[in-house]
Design a protein around this ligand. Structure first.
Ligand code: WTA
Length: 631
């Protein structure tokens, strides 16, 4: 990656309009008393049923608690309070289907539908604390399902629609969900993704689900299991949905009660469920969105992620709704039917802020400037990036062609675990392409060497967060030991991010990439273990090792090494079959681009696969230190 030393300064107009005119001063002020900073934001931006007694309880670290004694529900702030102000008449959501369907919801309409959906879920026996799995295309009902679940105090677990049978089944089983909310299908690149069919197969492998709610998106006939599966529109027409009208009660929750589980890939083994709670998570998402993107009432905010990932949870669903913003949501692929689809959306709905991933930018950049230029994108005032480091070429194209050289690029570094932005600029701050600039106020980050000492400027080390923050994960569901081991055992009292980074002379942070067995493919977070278990579940495979190889558009692609069982022969047909198998079991996003048949895998004497060596070999690089290689 070539480095760009240019410093991009915002225009006077942007500085004057900025919510945070002097970022360094605010950061310094917050650093004096981070809990005090967050408490002030919790008062400024949110309503509470009852105020908290303690801002931060660190008596059982690293099991930190925030705003203890406070009573809230994310729905109180995302929907209920807006019904009492002019925001009730404002657009909450403008949705465009890939097929061109347009749907809009005011805060009033969104609330009504969420209330009715909540009534339906209650009538099915879903109670406070119960888990509900949501497996849906990018349609408004996905938001409603999340909000309805939260409203009644249940815990949602959204599984991204690009995951498949085994991934879905595993997540349903681990969360012990009673209810699954899904759809007959969704549209992607003009084709139907058969979500219900995948869900049916997943349900055969796990046994906790009692009811399935099916949203009709495509209208295609699907199998409906008697006394288990119900169509959403039919349920919503029942008197039970309307029983309480739009006055359906929002459950009063403790600040520390669970809001959702979101499965994500870690260092080893199966994906783990990251737990977030009602109180601190709201404070983190609302504060970061307001400050980093200067969100104003006249904005039209478009976070182009999927609600199935943390970016969508925090910045499609909760953050924007809490702030009473108008969001744009689009169901399908950026290039369908032509590569100007996104720019048409910007033009058609007057988008002012676009937040997306470098992989999408690179993917669109490849079609050239003309697709952007023929659309009116002049409403854009800020651009955002997330998910992986953005290379300077993509940064400049985004800045110059999409943003006409006038829109600051807000490069936000954060994780499923952090719940909200951790390292990010604000619009008034000078930018360096490829750097997320500095930690957000109230966040303390360092880059350390293996001994735990801060590395000198410009040197690579491990990125850690040194003080707790309100939207931090509250643990891994059902696995407190793994929480401690994965995040808190490398450096005493410091949160290990799993990323390597550098800090330059000006204190700007530069993220380099993951240092564990997590792979970022097109910005999607996958574990090598997930891909490998997808491969070894095929009858011909004895052992597998997956690694990431750099790719110009996707950031990384998956390269899998496979040892076949005796009696199986490697062939191009088998390569295709294995790719299809991983697609069916784990999901299309986990399909390896390359599969190489090998007789052995390099391992350490303790039996660990040496992925570093596999990567060096695959890329034709020097093998480095091989002294731990088994003899
Ligand atoms: C990477 C996504 C560089 C990083 C919100 C992190 C980034 C992982 C950036 C978390 C960024 C995220 N620059 N790298 N702006 N944002 N990452 O949990 O490796 O899906 O650890 O959360 O994405 O991925 P996750």
């Amino acid at each position: 990656m070539s480095e760009d030393k240019t410093i991009y300064r915002p225009s006077q107009e942007i500085v004057e309009a900025a919510h945070v005119p002097d970022y360094d001063a605010l950061r310094e002020e917050a650093a004096q008393d981070p809990p005090g900073f967050w408490a002030a934001r919790a008062e400024e931006l949110l309503d509470w049923y009852e105020p908290w007694e303690r801002v931060l309880d660190d008596s059982d670290a690293p099991f930190f608690k925030w705003f203890t004694g406070g009573k809230t529900n994310v729905v109180l702030n995302a929907l209920d309070r807006h019904q009492r102000t002019a925001t009730r008449n404002k657009l909450a959501l403008v949705w465009e289907g890939e097929d061109g369907t347009l749907k809009t919801y005011s805060y009033f309409a969104l609330n009504r539908e969420v209330c009715e959906f909540a009534n339906v879920l209650r009538s099915m026996g879903v109670k406070k604390g119960d888990r509900v799995t949501i497996y849906m295309p990018r349609i408004p009902e996905l938001l409603m399902a999340m909000l309805a679940t939260a409203k009644i105090g249940a815990v949602h677990s959204v599984v991204y629609g690009g995951f498949s049978v085994e991934a879905l089944g595993e997540r349903i089983e681990d969360s012990e969900s009673k209810v699954l909310i899904t759809a007959d299908g969704g549209y992607l690149r003009g084709k139907i993704v058969p979500l219900k069919e995948i869900a049916d197969e997943a349900l055969q492998r796990c046994g906790t689900v009692e009811h399935v709610v099916v949203i009709r998106r495509t209208g295609e006939p699907v199998h409906m299991e008697q006394d288990r599966d119900y169509y959403y529109d039919e349920l919503m027409a029942l008197p039970v949905a309307r029983s309480a009208g739009d006055g359906s009660e929002t459950e009063v929750m403790d600040a520390e009660d669970p809001l959702f589980l979101l499965y994500t890939s870690g260092t080893t083994g199966k994906p783990k469920a990251i737990l977030h709670t009602h109180g601190g998570y709201q404070v983190g998402t609302a504060t970061t969105l307001k400050y980093a993107f200067d969100l104003k009432p006249e904005d039209r905010w478009w976070c182009a992620a999927d609600p199935g990932w943390i970016t969508g949870h925090s910045y499609i669903v909760y953050g924007p709704l809490i702030l009473g913003a108008t969001s744009i949501m689009y169901e399908g692929a950026p290039t369908y039917p032509y590569p100007d689809r996104w720019w048409r959306i910007v033009e058609r709905y007057g988008v002012t802020i676009l937040y997306t991933a470098p992989t999408a930018i690179r993917g669109l950049m490849r079609f050239g400037d003309s697709w952007v230029k023929k659309r009116n994108t002049s409403t854009l005032r800020l651009l955002g990036s997330v998910g992986e480091p953005i290379n300077p070429e993509a940064w400049r194209w985004y800045h110059e062609v999409v943003g006409k050289g006038e829109c600051p690029i807000i490069d936000t570094w954060w994780q499923t675990e952090t719940g909200a932005f951790m390292i990010t600029p604000v619009p008034s701050f000078p930018l360096k392409p490829g750097s997320g600039t500095k930690p957000f106020p109230g966040v303390q980050a360092e880059v350390l060497d293996d001994e735990g000492n801060p590395v000198p400027p410009g040197e690579e080390g491990k990125l850690v967060i040194t003080t707790p923050w309100p939207s931090m994960l509250r643990g891994i569901y059902k696995d407190p030991d793994r929480y401690i081991e994965q995040y808190w055992s490398t450096y005493e009292g410091k949160y290990l991010t799993g990323d390597s980074a550098k800090v330059d002379e000006d204190g700007y942070f530069w993220i380099i990439g993951r240092v564990d067995d997590v792979i970022k493919v097109s910005g999607y977070r996958l574990g090598t273990a997930e891909i490998e278990s997808g491969l070894v579940s095929h009858e011909a495979v004895a052992e597998a090792a997956a690694i990431a190889i750099p790719d110009e558009i996707k950031g990384n692609v998956i390269h899998a090494h496979v040892i076949l069982k005796a009696g199986s022969e490697g062939s191009p047909e088998l390569v295709s079959e294995l790719k299809a198998h991983v697609g069916h079991e784990v999901g299309p996003i986990a399909k390896p681009t390359h599969i190489e048949f090998v007789d052995a895998l390099p391992k350490t004497r303790s039996g660990k696969i040496m992925r570093r060596l596999l990567k060096a070999r695959a890329m034709g690089l020097p093998e480095g230190d091989t002294s731990t290689l088994e003899g």
